[in-house]
Design a protein around this ligand. Structure first.
Ligand SMILES: [Zn+2]
Length: 358
């Protein structure tokens, strides 16, 4: 893997990740861009204690541009995009319309491939491995920024999720605090450790799931299952068998096997609703893929828990509950944070095994 870091016309950082060690990335951004004015502010809710990023400058962001104006395609002739080069393998750049910026963290865009019409599930194993390398490298780099406490790599796929650009891409949010969901997990981890005299809750959960009926796939280095209390109609949690706190901790075996495992899960997601994946009118399954990593800040407020207790894992879920119908976060979910799931997790797991690649 070769990494080349450069700057866009307005000063934002752009990093190319190439499979080939002899790749040359020296194209210059020729756009007359003004420096972007970002006014992100993190406010804390006094009753709930959680944080809200107020980012008013985002209202003017690019919204469903035509394919020939895609800002994530490589630049070609006079058509200048966010990527000055005429091709790339994986490219990462600072978001022009960030939800978090400056002292409030940082937002990056990860372009998975230069192929506008592809999806992550269409990538080769080599390309998917390069994305994993990019996620890992960005986690390391962002964790060194003084304002950053937690790094979150994720992908929103599909217009139903609110994706405004069709080009296959994901995002990285580097937060200046430990996020509420991670804090909840750390609290559960601390309580379980205390109650059991040292047992790790993540290990206990994975062990219980492996012995049950919700396993979706299990390989030498990874296990995937629908969790006991899945919140979403189809939801899979993917863990490396050897517990590590973040992407940097993955060993060579897990890294090598990851592309094959993850691509298989994504392809199964595309087959959930139509049984074949291609050739039907059903649009590809919208999903959110979210990497959970240990925060880099102090864990002092979580009694007795250390970074190494956290288990890196990926949560993959769709908001589609049945063909043509979406799960909305309505009164109970949005008003009270109580999820109502219409698909029993055991049924979801069964379906996700049925649609395995032969
Ligand atoms: Zn594109």
């Amino acid at each position: 893997m070769k990494k080349t870091s450069t700057r866009l016309a307005d000063g934002r950082e752009l990093i190319y990740y190439d499979v080939r060690d002899d790749a040359v990335r020296d194209a210059v951004d020729r756009r007359p861009l003004d420096r972007t004015v970002t006014a992100s502010q993190v406010r804390r809710d006094p009753l709930l204690g959680d944080a809200v990023a107020i980012a008013s400058h985002r209202q003017g962001r690019t919204y469903h541009p035509p394919a020939d104006e895609c800002p994530l395609c490589p630049s070609e002739g006079d058509r200048l995009s966010e990527i000055p080069d005429s091709s790339y393998d994986v490219a990462v750049f600072e978001n022009r319309f960030p939800s978090l910026a400056g002292d409030s963290g940082r937002c990056e865009v990860v372009c998975f491939t230069s192929d506008h019409d592809a999806s992550f599930a269409d990538l080769t194993e080599e390309q998917a491995g390069l994305v994993l390398d990019a996620w890992t490298d960005r986690t390391a780099e962002l964790s060194h920024l003084p304002s950053v406490e937690q790094v979150f790599c994720f992908e929103n796929r599909g217009a139903e999720i609110g994706v405004t650009l069709g080009h296959p891409h994901g995002q990285i949010y580097a937060y200046p605090f430990t996020t509420p969901r991670t804090a909840l997990m750390l609290r559960s981890l601390a309580a379980h450790k205390e109650a059991t005299g040292g047992e790790n809750l993540f290990d206990a959960v994975v062990e219980r799931e492996l012995a049950g009926e919700r396993v979706v796939l299990a390989t030498e280095h990874w296990v995937a299952f629908v969790p006991y209390a899945a919140h979403w109609p189809y939801e899979v949690h993917l863990y490396p068998r050897r517990r590590v706190p973040d992407l940097l901790g993955l060993d060579e075996g897990a890294r090598t096997e990851f592309p094959q495992v993850y691509l298989e899960l994504l392809r199964r997601f595309d087959r959930i609703f139509d049984g074949t994946g291609a050739g039907t009118d059903e649009p590809r399954t919208p999903y959110i893929a979210a990497w959970h990593q240990a925060p880099f800040g102090t864990l002092a407020e979580f009694d007795g828990v250390v970074r190494e207790d956290f288990a890196l894992h990926l949560e993959l879920f769709t908001v589609r509950r049945t063909s043509g119908k979406l799960k909305f976060l309505a009164g109970s979910e949005s008003g009270m944070s109580v999820f109502i799931n219409d698909v029993p997790p055991e049924t979801a797991a069964q379906r996700l095994r049925e649609v395995a690649s032969s």
